[in-house]
Write a protein that binds this ligand. Sequence first.
Ligand code: FPP
Length: 257
Amino acid sequence: MKKPKHIAIIMDGNGRWAQERGLKRSEGHLAGAQTVRTVLSECVRHEIPHVSLYAFSTENWNRPQEEVNYLFTLFCEFTNKELPLMLKEGIRLNVIGEKSNLPLATRKALDYAIKKTAKGTNTELTLALNYSGSQEIIQAARKSAYESLCSPENLERIIKAAQNEATLKKEFARIFSETDYTEANLRKHFFYPELPDPDLIIRTSGELRLSNFYLFQAAYSELYFTDVYWPDFSALDFKLALDVYANRKRRFGKIDV
Ligand code: FPP
C-alpha cells in the first residue's frame, strides 16, 4: 500500500466542537490535545516518518488574548507531559515558525524536548508554531538574494561596477539570472529545508483551504478534507485518510504511462 512519507495536518474545529457542547473554546483545545496524542501514536504505528501539525499561525495572534495565552500554556504543558510518550514511541520533536516571540516558558519546554528527543528514529513531529507560509517564502527570498549579492566574487564585481549605473544594473541582472539563484537555493532558507514536502495534507472540520500552511511545499501535495472536528478525529479517521491517499494517482504534472 502506498504510504505518505510526510503528512501535514491542519487541526481545525476545536472551537466549534466546544461550542456545540456548551463548553468553553479552551476545552475544545484541550480535547484537541488528546487527538494529537492519538495521531502521534498512529503515525508511529503506521510507520509515517514525518508528521507536521499546524498548531499556531501568525494570524492566530488576533484571537482574544485569553485564548492565545491558553494555547501557549497548553503547548508548554503538552510538551512537558508528553515527553515520556515521545521518548517511548521514538518520536523526534522539531519546531518551525518564528520562535523568538513565543512565551519564554513555551520556548524553554520546546527546546528541552527537542534536545531530549533528538535520537528518536520513528516519526518526526514538526510543530508549526507562529508559522506563516507566505512569510517563510518572503524571508527565504530576502536571505537568498542577500547571500547571492554578498558572495565574495559578486561583491567584487559590484564594487567595480558601482561607478556606472548601466554597468551596475547589468551586473545585478547577471547575478539574479545566474543558475545558482534557484528553487533549491530559496529552499535552503526555509525553516526546515531537509523536511520532504508533504505528500498528504489533512484538514479537519469541513473547511476547504490551506490557511497559509506550507504554501510553497504544498505544490503537489494530495489534499484530504474531512467534516470531522479535530477533537473527534480518531485512529479510524486517520486510517481512512491513509486509504484515500493510497488510491490517489500522483502525476506531478506528468501523464500516466
Ligand atoms: C483550530 O481550531 C485550532 C487551533 C488554532 C489550535 C490548534 C491547537 C490544538 C489542536 C491544541 C493541541 C495542540 C498541541 C500541539 C498540543 P479553531 O479553534 O479555529 O476551531 P474553530 O474553527 O471551530 O473555532
